[in-house]
Structures are given as structure tokens and as C-alpha cells.
Design a protein around this ligand. Structure first.
Ligand code: HEC
Length: 155
């Protein structure tokens, strides 16, 4: 049986070893996401953009009552999702489930130009008047499709 002081010495040593072990681990990867997480995050943003666009599309198609406040919220949400596109795609990564084309990273300037164009179309939406909103939505949908045509593999 070790006496009390040697037991304490062992305990102190163990604490030291455990601390050294934790310190040697890489810091919890902030910003170091794996490819699957990148893909998940950007697809989640796109799906949120689609949901916001659907609200506006339903209002303009008469499938949902026009409501300025809700339209404005959907516009804000859509704008937020579109603004995030460059940062969500920058770190790259394609997985078998991803439909992103590698050309995105070869033609990065064009890709970000198309995302800015989509952002402008969203900001230009006049959500106070149904007629004006309906007209503006065409440009938004075209901007989505233009980027998809070049940079998203068809299903
Ligand atoms: C600058 C390019 C770009 C713009 C602008 C853009 N998208 Fe995308 N979108 C992509 C790419 C690339 C993918 C595939 C991502 C992946 O699978 O990794 C994608 C995926 C999606 C998806 C996921 C499901 C699927 O069909 O692959 C939806 C939904 C979507 N986009 C909706 C929209 C909507 C709605 C807009 C316009 C409001 C929009 N996108 C604007 C590039 C864009």
C-alpha cells in the first residue's frame, strides 16, 4: 500500500498526464468542417431560400393571401440566404451526394457574380404591392436558375 503522500504524488502526476493529453488534442475544429458538413450547410441554406421564395411565389400566384409583413419577412430571409452563398461555398468540397459542379471553384468570380445578381434581384423586390412583387419575382427565379444551369448538376 503506498502511503498518503505518495498516493498524492501519483494523483498529481495523473492530473498532469491527463491535462497534457487534452492540451495535445487539436482545438475543437472551429471553421474546420469536413466536406459532408459543408455540403449539408449549403444545401440547408438553399432549401431555406426555396421556402422563402415559395411563400412569395404562392402570394403572387394567388395560392396564398398577400400579406405585406409576411412578404417582407420572406424577402429578408431570402436575402440572408443568398448573401451567404459565397461563404458557404468558398471552402469547397464535393461529396457524392452534392450536386455542386467543380466548375464553381474554377470559375469562382463568375459564381460569386451570379450570387450577387440574385441578391440584387431579391433586394429589388417591392413587397408592398402585389403587382410589383410579382414582376420582380421573375428576375429572382431567373437568377436562381441561371446559376443552377451552370453550377448545379441536374438530378
Ligand atoms: C450562385 C449560384 C446559385 C444561386 C444564385 C442559387 N443557387 Fe441554389 N444551388 C446552387 C448549387 C451549386 C447547388 C447544389 C449544392 C450542392 O448540392 O452541394 C444548389 C442547390 C439548391 C437547392 C438544393 C436542392 C437541389 O435541388 O439541389 C435548392 C432547393 C436551391 N438551390 C434553390 C435555390 C433558389 C430558390 C435560389 C434563388 C432564390 C437559388 N437556389 C440560387 C447554386 C445556386
Amino acid at each position: 500500500m503506498p502511503n498518503l503522500s505518495s498516493a498524492r504524488a501519483i494523483a498529481v502526476m495523473l492530473v498532469g498526464i491527463v491535462a497534457a493529453f487534452w492540451l495535445s488534442l487539436p482545438a475543437p475544429a472551429a471553421g474546420k468542417k469536413d466536406a459532408a458538413t459543408h455540403v449539408r450547410d449549403r444545401v440547408a441554406a438553399m432549401v431555406a431560400a426555396q421556402a422563402a421564395l415559395d411563400i412569395l411565389g404562392d402570394m403572387s400566384g394567388g395560392r396564398r393571401m398577400f400579406d405585406r409583413r409576411l412578404a417582407r419577412e420572406a424577402q429578408r430571409d431570402l436575402s440572408r440566404q443568398i448573401r451567404a452563398i459565397p461563404s458557404l461555398f468558398r471552402s469547397g468540397g464535393v461529396t457524392p451526394r452534392s450536386r455542386a459542379r467543380p466548375a464553381i471553384w474554377q470559375e469562382w468570380d463568375n459564381f460569386t457574380r451570379l450570387s450577387r445578381r440574385a441578391g440584387r434581384a431579391v433586394r429589388a423586390l417591392d413587397t408592398r404591392r402585389l403587382n410589383r412583387m410579382r414582376q420582380g419575382l421573375t428576375a429572382v427565379v431567373q437568377a436562381c436558375l441561371q446559376c443552377h444551369a451552370l453550377y448545379r448538376r441536374p438530378p
